[in-house]
Design a protein around this ligand. Structure first.
Ligand SMILES: [Zn+2]
Length: 323
């Protein structure tokens, strides 16, 4: 068998391992007790952000690692990405109650990764009251949660007393676009083709121009590829036309520099694509490519050791079919 064929065979065999690495998040050694109540920040009129810290999600996390928050209308409130555990969801619910007495009518998930969805359970009041907000997500989110949800729950349970954690899938699906009326303001939801994951959704608040991008945008935290590299670059091009005044990434700081806020991540992804493609053309086996393809060095990315090799592996598995 030619070396290139062997490399491709290895890539195919290695792809499930890479996927499993993404499924089973890094479990940090026991650290400080979780601080579920992170600081809530008002980033626009009626728009509140709880910013995550740059850490891998897992049982050892010290608080929210992903951004989340809520938008307050005249009639009701929409929560976006309520966090990575039941405790984080409850802390966000408590913080919300200090801002407004209005009911929560929607809980929107930008995609299916655990740091964004495990907080849903805190807002699912069906068992107690028979009523609950609408849980809204991409039309492919139910399948993503069905496939990976059990792994997420096991990861938390291995870390200790997480027996109450549960997956709450969407009750309303977005196939293309969907508008949610909160009273005096409308949220415009848009479901995207496979990019960061296969179930990415953005939320644009009409009143403030705030665009919640979920993990279609990373700032500071190294981008994590779990969908399609080519697809993500296509989606970034389309996102540039969104009429946003304030961009909220899934990880990192909100930015008014729109669409320039996308630039650093796009450079990382373009370099990842081009260098991985060059490695494939040179016949480099996956194991060597994973070690040698370097991250683009113009942004001070954090968590490179946690995610970059995994990104190269995912890019290699996707792009080898082009070569
Ligand atoms: Zn994600």
């Amino acid at each position: 068998m030619k070396p290139q064929r062997i490399a491709r065979g290895l890539a195919r065999r290695f792809a499930p391992v890479l996927a499993a690495l993404l499924l089973v998040p890094t479990l940090c050694a026991a650290q400080a007790a979780p601080e579920a109540s992170a600081v809530l920040r008002r980033i626009a009129d009626g728009v509140y952000l709880r910013e995550g810290r740059h850490e891998p999600w897992g049982a050892g996390m010290r608080g929210p690692v992903a951004n989340g928050g809520f938008v307050v209308g005249r009639r009701c409130v929409a929560v976006i990405d309520p966090g990575g555990s039941l405790a984080e969801g409850r802390a966000l619910a408590a913080a919300l109650r200090r801002v407004t007495p209005l009911p929560v009518c929607h809980v929107v998930n930008t995609h299916g990764h655990p740091d964004h969805v495990l907080g849903n359970a805190a807002f699912d009041t069906r068992p107690a009251s028979g009523a609950a907000p609408e849980f809204v997500g991409h039309h492919r989110l139910p399948a993503a949660l069905a496939a990976r949800g059990p792994h997420y729950l096991n990861a938390l349970r291995r870390g200790g007393n997480a027996t109450d954690e549960r997956i709450v899938p969407p009750t309303r699906l977005v196939h293309d676009t969907l508008e949610l009326e909160l009273g005096g303001r409308t949220l415009r939801l848009r479901a995207w083709p496979t990019a960061h994951t296969d179930a990415d959704l953005t939320v644009l608040d009409s009143a403030s121009g705030t665009l919640w991008l979920g993990d279609l945008l990373f700032d500071g935290h190294l981008p994590v590829l779990d969908g399609s590299l080519r697809g993500w670059l296509d989606v970034l091009g389309q996102l540039r036309t969104e009429p946003a005044r304030l961009a909220v990434p899934g990880h990192g700081a909100p930015s008014t520099a729109w669409p320039r806020a996308l630039d650093a991540q796009e450079r990382y992804l373009v370099r990842l694509r081009d260098d991985t493609r060059a490695a494939l053309r040179a016949g480099m086996p996956l194991e060597a490519a994973v070690e040698r393809v370097a991250p683009a060095g113009d942004a001070r990315w954090q968590l490179v050791d946690d995610f970059h090799r995994r990104n190269v592996g995912a890019a290699y598995a996707e792009l080898e079919w082009d070569e």
